[in-house]
Write a protein that binds this ligand. Sequence first.
Ligand code: GUN
Length: 284
Amino acid sequence: MQLIDGKQISAQVKERAAAETAKLSEQGVAVCLAVVIVGDDPASRIYVNNKKKACAFCGIRSEEYALPAETTEEELLALVEKLNADQAVNGILVQLPLPRQINEERVIAAIRPEKDVDAFHAVNVGKIMIGNYDFLPCTPAGCIELIDSTGVSIEGKRCVVIGRSNIVGKPMAMLLLHRNGTVTICHSRTKNLSEICREADILVAAVGKANFVTADMVKEGAVVIDVGMNRLDNGKLCGDVDFEAVSKVAGYLTPVPGGVGPMTIATLMQNTVKAAKIQNGIKD
Ligand code: GUN
């Protein structure tokens, strides 16, 4: 089994984003990402800190808006409106999940699609579905980069995605389809899950359950991408894949941490640069 090094591959993507940011700076364009976090979820805090760090690496200015857990939906929507109108802000990222009293769908819908660097807005989701899009869905696009790094072609392959979330599962299936994979989406109601997974040349696990994917679910030599980020009782971070067992069967496997996570952030940097280019009428 070959380990897929997300840290190294994400560094290359960030280098490219940094080079583009430097070029934009010469043209008088300062790239800026607004990062909004509501409440004090420790995982969200780590993600936001990592996103700010990546911005600093890429020469992107980040503005953090840390709001208290009791923030109302109206207050958050007012902030989004302010950032929508701010010419200096190219991208708006509202870290999810949001506290219970705030409707995530309404907040995502309020972000101007041109600044929606997560590609969560229905307009951007629709563009992804059509296959003609400006912003890449961050985690799925990162997974595609990791698959490409193995040299295994997606075209014509059996691809199985476990999980059907709007953030990962659904857009992941679309990107694999755009690359001419034969795609199956599995979920909690899927019958014969193990059998279906075992047919996959490319298996993407986005379930949110530690050690969900066991060795008997993996085809010999398959590319296995682990999107999971599960915190165990002992504080250790682990993915959706039983790493020890699956590493004996898979051809390629991503570690957690150091696999998909850094790629999500690297794609976010790419999207933020793209947003700045579009807003300033700069062609590739
Ligand atoms: N929460 C978990 N993943 C993500 C992500 O990619 N973007 C945002 N904004 N929140 C998340």
